[in-house]
Design a protein around this ligand. Structure first.
Ligand code: KG4
Ligand code: ZN
Length: 341
């Protein structure tokens, strides 16, 4: 039984999540309180509501985690907490709680970059593992969520940014189109579902920057094009929803996968991960498998519960740093904006 466990706390946006993770990425248990219902009437995350809900949910979740696993504090190596980037009121709740638990129990704590967590979520395991699954060789990471769309070259704990979105994140592009279609929030999964029954070539949506040499993305033109298309369709929209979703989704997936492929080809790297909430998308998973086959690559996409925001990924990222002797000081600030380097 592993004695070196990391208690992880993630409250950077609207999900309150806690987890116990061992040094090799085995997730003993994770508990997450989803706030979707609280934000549903507003069609997006309301920062003040998110912060207040974290405050209510966090400590009861930590208690449940210890009770259900029968783990006591003697087995805890340290505490990992997301301190950047994110909503300031949400980050503060997790960070102050982590600092207080660290002081009370005499444990080190470490602030973790949310995106580093997303990258490393590809190496989490739901069963005990003999050795760490983490690749030592360089790999390309595509992190796509409601807040970010980034491409990195990851080499032994360093993150070289290759490209990122110039405007909306991939998840936002899904969510905003879902809102225009009156599907609800968060919309990515609803578009994914409707798209299963639609034709991917029914509508011709733009693929911005796809031919550019860089690795950047842009989704604001696609959003406007979606809006114009819906205006032109008028009463027809209702019958065309599956076709609209399939075509719109294909435009996003085409851009993301072609930039990923370009990075693999130019770097001659044969390993990649796709993570973040949007990596839950079934078409992305299909296309990633096809890309890996075609290019002879090894790849990882985490299971669904580790794609969206979760504490386990923060626990593993923090554990790797705690194992190296790194830790944060009590004056560590929350940072609403921060690059991953
Ligand atoms: O990683 P995440 O939980 O939160 C952020 O850090 O942003 O990602 C949430 C995003 C939302 O935009 C949601 O619509 C999108 O992930 N998403 C999906 C799917 N499931 C979640 N997008 C497309 N297809 C899905 N199946
Ligand atoms: Zn995230």
């Amino acid at each position: 039984m592993s004695t070196h466990l990391t208690l992880a706390i993630e409250t950077s946006c609207d999900d309150t999540s806690v987890a116990l993770v061992d040094d090799r990425g085995w997730v003993l248990r994770q508990a997450t309180a989803n706030q979707d219902m609280a934000h549903l009437p507003f069609g997006g995350v309301v920062p003040e509501i998110a912060g207040r809900n974290h405050l209510d949910a966090l400590m009861p979740l930590v208690d449940v985690l210890f009770q259900k696993t029968d783990v006591d504090w003697s087995r805890i190596r340290g505490i990992a907490v997301t301190n950047r980037p994110g909503l300031i009121g949400s980050l503060i709740v997790g960070l102050v709680t982590a600092k207080t638990l660290a002081l009370v129990h005499g444990k080190p704590f470490i602030g973790v970059h949310h995106i580093e967590g997303h990258v490393l979520s590809a190496f989490l395991s739901e069963t005990p593992v003999e050795k760490s699954l983490l690749w030592q060789d360089p790999f390309i990471a595509l992190v796509i969520s409601g807040g970010h769309s980034h491409l990195y070259l990851v080499d032994n704990g360093t993150y070289v940014p290759l490209g990122q979105t110039q405007d909306d994140a991939a998840g936002e592009a899904f969510d905003k189109f879902a809102k225009m279609l009156g599907l609800g929030y968060p919309g990515g999964v609803l578009i994914d579902r409707l798209a299963q029954a639609g034709r991917r070539d029914a509508f011709d949506f733009p693929r911005a920057l796809i031919k550019e040499k860089n690795y950047d993305f842009s989704f604001s033109g696609l959003k406007s094009s979606g809006q114009r298309c819906l205006q032109a369709l008028g009463d027809e929209i209702e019958n065309r929803k599956p076709d609209l979703c399939a075509s719109y989704q294909e435009a996003i997936v085409d851009v993301l996968l072609s930039k990923l492929e370009k990075a693999l080809v130019n770097s001659k790297i044969k390993k990649f991960v796709i993570t973040g909430g949007v990596s839950a998308n079934s078409r992305i998973r299909e296309r990633a498998a096809e890309l890996a086959r075609r290019r002879g690559c090894e790849y990882r996409i985490p299971p669904l519960k580790f794609c969206t925001d979760n504490a386990a990924m923060i626990g593993y990222a923090g554990s790797l740093r705690l194992q190296k002797g790194e830790f944060s000081r009590q004056d560590l600030p929350p940072q609403p904006r921060a690059e991953l380097v």
